[in-house]
Design a protein around this ligand. Structure first.
Ligand code: CU
Length: 144
């Protein structure tokens, strides 16, 4: 077997590996960016449990009936070590006077009634850019 000459070009494999890793990183970043636009995190009916963390609401849609009380329990999955807001989240129902704070690793249960059918935005405005962050938004859909 001939000995490899010192003038031979270096094997191409590290370059290919780097290209594959770079491609994987770009695809992962794209998927993370698009996630809140592509998925609905599921639905919850009235009297439901929502989990919230820095990653958003799960589920992020609540279905309710006009004029009927909705009871929501918000389970905060984050702990107090979070630098953004100290692990607190809140449930703000826009324009309806509902703003419930949930301490880290705790659950808050509260009720509200929406009389008119329609879609109502809710969000957390403590962390992560608040209502401008698509992860931190959800809606209550009120049917007649
Ligand atoms: Cu939050």
């Amino acid at each position: 077997m001939p000995k490899p000459s010192p003038n031979q070009p270096a094997p191409r494999r590290p370059t290919l590996l780097f290209a594959a890793l770079a491609l994987a990183a770009v695809l992962l970043a794209g998927a993370l960016f698009l996630r809140p636009y592509l998925q609905s995190a599921g639905r919850a009916d009235a009297d439901s449990v929502l989990r919230v963390s820095m990653g958003g609401w799960q589920p992020n849609v609540i279905y309710a009936k006009a004029g009927q009380s909705v009871t929501v329990s918000v389970v905060n999955l984050d702990n107090s070590l979070h630098s953004d807001g100290g692990g607190w989240h809140n449930f703000v129902l826009e324009g309806q006077g509902v703003a419930e704070r949930v301490p880290p690793k705790q659950t808050s249960t509260f009720s509200f009634t929406l009389d008119r059918p329609g879609e109502y935005l809710f969000y957390c405005d403590i962390c992560c850019g608040g209502k401008d962050n698509p992860f931190m938004r959800g809606k209550v859909i009120v049917e007649a």
